[in-house]
Design a protein around this ligand. Structure first.
Ligand code: EAX
Length: 332
């Protein structure tokens, strides 16, 4: 850790000297960075991360190399890996925003059930002033949010029975992310939710410690949850889960301005690519899951879940007043 900080300080000094005595700082700046994620290499987080790394290497003439560490190699969950980014042990992280509330409380506003109408609504909020404000808020925690990538609309899976409405789901023991809004929403719906780091979920499902979990199709598919007994998938789309490309703020600010611009521009460019590949592949992944014996319930009574989860809006109204919620809900 101390070496890491020393390296950052040295590079900052080199950049300062280079700027002061001529020569562009970026020509001197070289770095090898570690980018982590919790999902397997074929998950859209890492397809995006690979494209990002390739473009950064190309656009910095090979001066900045980004090595990808997928599938929780650098930590059992996203909250823990975010702490690693804060401390400088990990340089970049692609993560769901779900466990980020402890780092930047304002981000939890995105976790409310049935907040977003569709992908177009998602993109207009995340790529507009509201999204910009939420990204900026991370800077207080020594984290720089480079762009919103995508996890996706979350759906319920379980090992016990087909779930068509909230009554069918009542009493199920399900894992949620370490996220207070999600926990409260599932409790209000009459389920029995437990927060858990993603790296512990597969085993907990396999051992039937929990009956189910909820995640976007790409996470369920890339982690092969049917092999842990998740035989029933319900298209609840109860929450839209953004992802974030985060970088350690001190590391980012120690980079020459030109390289900072390259990182920001590339992160936003890859965001569009990464969201598209996530969305385009969803139907094909669902079909493949059916070939693996998963019962996919598409005709879910989503209104029953929406009604049952609606008390969370009042429960958190002191932190997230109706006006803030409506600013998002009414965005075009
Ligand atoms: O970010 O923890 C979760 O359920 C996340 O959706 C997953 O790790 C991908």
């Amino acid at each position: 850790m101390r070496t890491k900080m020393a390296k950052i300080l040295l590079w900052s000094l080199a950049a300062l000297v280079a700027c002061t005595f001529g020569g562009t700082a970026s020509a001197q700046y070289k770095a090898t960075m570690k980018l982590a994620s919790a999902t397997p290499m074929d998950h859209p987080y890492n397809v995006g991360a690979k494209k990002f790394a390739d473009l950064i290497k190309e656009r910095t003439q090979g001066r900045i190399e980004i090595k990808i560490y997928p599938a929780g190699q650098l930590g059992k969950g996203e909250r823990e890996m975010t702490e690693g980014v804060q401390q400088g042990a990990i340089d970049l992280l692609v993560t769901s925003t779900g466990p980020m509330g402890g780092f930047s409380p304002s981000i939890n506003i995105l976790d409310f059930p049935f907040l977003f109408r569709d992908y177009q609504h998602v993109d207009s909020v995340l790529d507009g002033p509201i999204g910009r404000r939420l990204l900026d808020d991370f800077e207080k925690a020594n984290l720089k949010g480079l762009a919103f990538w995508e996890n996706g609309f979350r759906h319920l899976t379980n090992s016990k029975k087909p779930v068509r409405n909230v009554e069918d789901a009542r009493g199920l023991k399900i894992r949620t992310m370490e996220n207070k809004v999600h926990l409260a929403a599932w409790k209000a719906a009459g389920l029995n939710p437990t927060p858990m780091a993603w790296g512990e979920v597969f085993t907990a499902l396999q051992q039937r410690v929990i009956d189910g979990q909820e995640n976007p199709v790409a996470v369920i598919h890339s982690t092969k949850l049917w092999e842990a007994g998740q035989k029933y998938f319900s298209f609840t789309a109860h929450v839209y889960s953004p992802a974030l490309l985060l970088i350690n703020k001190k590391l980012f600010e120690a980079m020459p301005k030109e390289d900072q611009e390259i990182f920001l521009k590339t992160a936003l460019e890859v965001a569009q690519f990464q969201r598209k590949i996530n969305r385009d592949a969803e139907e094909e992944k669902l079909k493949e899951m059916e070939t693996k014996g998963v019962t996919v319930v598409r005709d879910v009574d989503r209104d029953s879940f929406k009604r049952a989860m609606s008390p969370v809006y009042d429960e958190f109204s002191s932190q997230f007043p109706r006006s803030q919620i409506e600013e998002i809900m009414n965005a075009k």
